[in-house]
Design a protein around this ligand. Structure first.
Ligand code: SF4
Ligand code: SF4
Length: 384
């Protein structure tokens, strides 16, 4: 259960990826140990927004293509799906256009997988949840027998790192994600929520797209960075410990790992993990750029009492800054802001910092690089 496979893969050339993904899954027991004949299987990719694969924001389509082939060989029925972020209504038109641009339509055609078009939203009781006792989710999560989690390795301005556990946030339908951000505006609480969602959805297998990741201002405004790996494992918490370490993040820097450790879901220690294939020290990426502001903040965010965190937040948290000459006045940031802190004046966005919860959804969803993250002077002083 704790085994994690690391297999090198230099690029997304389909034959190379087929070999690498099969080798990785074989090392942890083979596809037949996860998928039984007749299983309906959701291939939960990361389709955060409508972007071409080369922008490295979304899971590369070669991954679901290869995994769908493997599921079919095992006698299963693969369905590719996710719910993109932002204010978009979760509807067939949005899904069609996201699937097309992100390469998922072609992946489905080539492999024989279905694409999910069922946009029904369901409330499901989840009594074991720490933060949520009812989870609002997309229909296919309930209709399938198994979920294969296919995240992309990235940095994240709010959660520091986006990997296996964070990818399951995509089962929350479209605009409801903003509501969850609003209710859990504290990073530590949000990390606990992400763990609830991962515990609820219980992916049986995670195969991470770590061929080309995103560094810096992830999950949408960072830069591509080669990692050159396929990472596979049954346990998403353990996989995140390994993947984060490969891009130079310690367990105590990643809120979801800190919280999964607290909840007894993993030790956060590499020495407790059986690693197959490559050795971590041979594949660690030097100089993978982290969202440093957020890392420095998470130490107090996690360990201080909530009232002190809130007090410090108002002086130390970075804020969104709009670059008006790059802004196309599309309005996505205004519609996506959970507490409605953004308003457009003469077509250009402005933020009310008294309402801002520093979730960076606006930064995440602006497709025009028109929102930067500004550090307050006090934080700049601290980080000198
Ligand atoms: S800042 Fe970005 S998301 Fe907001 S209106 Fe301008 S272009 Fe659109
Ligand atoms: S302005 Fe941006 S960072 Fe602030 S709450 Fe709105 S979406 Fe989040």
């Amino acid at each position: 259960m704790n085994d994690i496979a690391l297999i090198r893969c230099e690029d997304y050339e389909i034959e190379k990826l087929r070999v690498a993904v099969r080798r990785a899954v074989d090392l942890i027991g083979g596809i037949a140990s996860f998928i039984k004949p007749g299983d309906k299987v959701l291939l939960k990719v990361n389709l955060l927004m409508k972007r071409k694969p080369e922008r490295v924001t979304t899971t590369h389509p070669a991954f679901p293509q290869v995994l769908a082939e493997m599921v079919i060989e095992a006698g299963g029925f693969p369905i590719i799906g996710d719910s993109p972020g932002g204010y978009h209504f979760y509807n067939r038109n949005v899904l069609e256009s996201v699937y097309e641009t992100c390469g998922m339509k072609e992946a489905a055609e080539k492999s024989g997988a279905e694409l999910n078009y069922n946009t029904e939203v369901i409330d499901v009781p989840f009594h074991e949840g720490k933060k949520m006792k009812t989870i609002k989710t997309i229909r296919p999560v309930l209709e399938v027998d198994k979920i294969i989690n296919i995240p992309k390795i990235k940095t994240h301005m709010m959660t520091v790192y986006s990997g296996a556990v964070k990818n399951m946030f995509g089962i929350i339908p479209g605009s409801y994600k903003a509501e969850y951000h609003l209710r859990f505006d504290d990073t530590a609480d949000f990390a606990d929520l992400l763990i609830d969602i991962c515990q609820f959805s219980k992916p049986v297998l995670t195969v991470m797209d770590a061929v080309i990741g995103m560094e810096g201002y992830g999950p949408t405004a960072g830069k591509p960075k080669k990692v050159g790996l396929v990472i596979a494992g049954a346990d998403p918490y353990v996989l995140d410990v390994v993947a984060a370490s490969i891009i130079g993040l310690k367990s105590e820097q990643v809120p979801t790992i800190i919280k999964s450790r607290e909840r007894g879901l993993c030790s956060g220690n590499l020495n407790d993990i059986k690693i197959l294939g490559e050795r971590v020290e041979n594949v660690t990426v030097k100089n993978f750029q982290k969202p440093t502001v957020k890392i420095s903040m998470n130490y107090y965010n996690i360990f201080l009492p909530k009232f002190l965190r809130k007090l410090l937040d108002s002086h130390i948290k970075p804020i969104p800054r709009f670059v008006h000459h790059k802004c196309t006045s599309c309005g996505v940031c205004e519609k996506s802001c959970p507490p409605h802190a953004i308003s457009l004046k003469e077509g250009k966005p402005y933020v009310d910092l008294n309402k801002c919860i520093h979730c960076f959804c606006c930064h995440e969803l602006c497709n025009h690089d028109a929102i930067k993250i500004k550090r307050p002077w006090f934080l700049r002083l601290l980080l000198r």
